[in-house]
Design a protein. Structure first.
Length: 279
């Protein structure tokens, strides 16, 4: 590893005219000096294209493609990157200025590290909530049943190349988690900077929200694709699934005992009785 490795910051953008400048500025303002910024326009609308054109002087490269999804946008950006380290950044989010510097320090300190991300400050549309999300990181066993890192993270270009990049057939979400499974499947760990250095907007109609709607179909696809790992770590895999099921059951029980639920049941009961008569 060189003293001052180049970091290529890849920002896929699809119809994010409102937020893309803040994302680009957060890349520009990183305290780590040796970086390039590549924005991939994933078939955005005219308004976003106008904004991207006005920001072109701030970035090193603007790549344009037909709308094909985040995986292809990220892969296209990385293919044209010059850096030995890659940082992917969603166009509606932004990093705090010190992330790159702290991530590179972790890579230099431990050769076993293959992925670095951080805690995230979740920004909700109604701005009434404040929540810090704390991914746990770890080795492949931490990624068997769910993602233990953020979708925006840093990794080595050489590792991306060896494991085949992002799966471009995954256009409905969870492509980052699936990529991390392949990235860590042979060896290595994901490290977490234990500070909220990423600002993550929780919005409607994003790839993440769409992934939640297609949750079980996507889970089945990932579990099937990596069946060999689930068999290899069978005890850990089943333990994690059972913990998740137990947690969901507790949440259901808790919701059923909330006053709002009981009140709703009380109001709806006579309507259900009337409906049953006319069946």
């Amino acid at each position: 590893m060189k003293e001052n490795d180049l970091i290529s910051i890849i920002i896929p953008c699809y119809n994010d005219a409102e937020f893309i400048e803040q994302a680009i500025n957060s890349a520009l303002n990183q305290t780590y000096p040796n970086k390039e910024i590549i924005v991939v326009d994933d078939g955005s609308n005219k308004n976003t294209k106008v904004v991207l054109k006005s920001l072109e002087q701030k970035i090193d490269k603007l790549i344009t493609q037909e709308n094909s999804g985040q995986s292809r946008a990220r892969n296209n950006g990385i293919k044209q990157a010059k850096g030995s380290f890659i940082l992917v950044l969603d166009s509606d989010d932004y990093f705090e200025n010190s992330f790159c510097e702290k991530a590179i320090y972790i890579f230099k300190k431990d050769s076993n590290v293959k992925l670095v991300t951080c805690f995230a400050n979740l920004i909700f549309d109604d701005k009434t909530k404040n929540y810090i999300y704390k991914p746990k990181g770890g080795d492949i066993k931490s990624f068997l049943t769910s993602n233990s890192a953020l979708g925006s993270a840093m990794f080595k270009e050489s590792d991306w190349d060896v494991c085949g990049g992002y799966d471009e057939s995954m256009t409905n979400g969870l492509e980052d988690w699936e990529f991390y499974i392949r990235l860590l499947s042979k060896s290595g760990i994901a490290e977490i900077v234990k500070e909220p250095l990423y600002n993550y907007r929780k919005r409607q109609n994003t790839t993440t929200s769409k992934a939640n709607k297609a949750k079980y179909e996507l889970l089945n696809s990932i579990f099937t694709k990596h069946k060999d790992l689930n068999i290899k770590y069978y005890d850990e895999f089943t333990k994690q699934l059972l913990v998740k099921l137990e947690k969901e059951e507790r949440e259901k029980f808790k919701n059923k005992n909330r006053i709002e639920f009981k009140l709703g049941e009380l109001i709806l009961t006579p309507f259900r009785w009337v409906k049953s008569i006319f069946k």
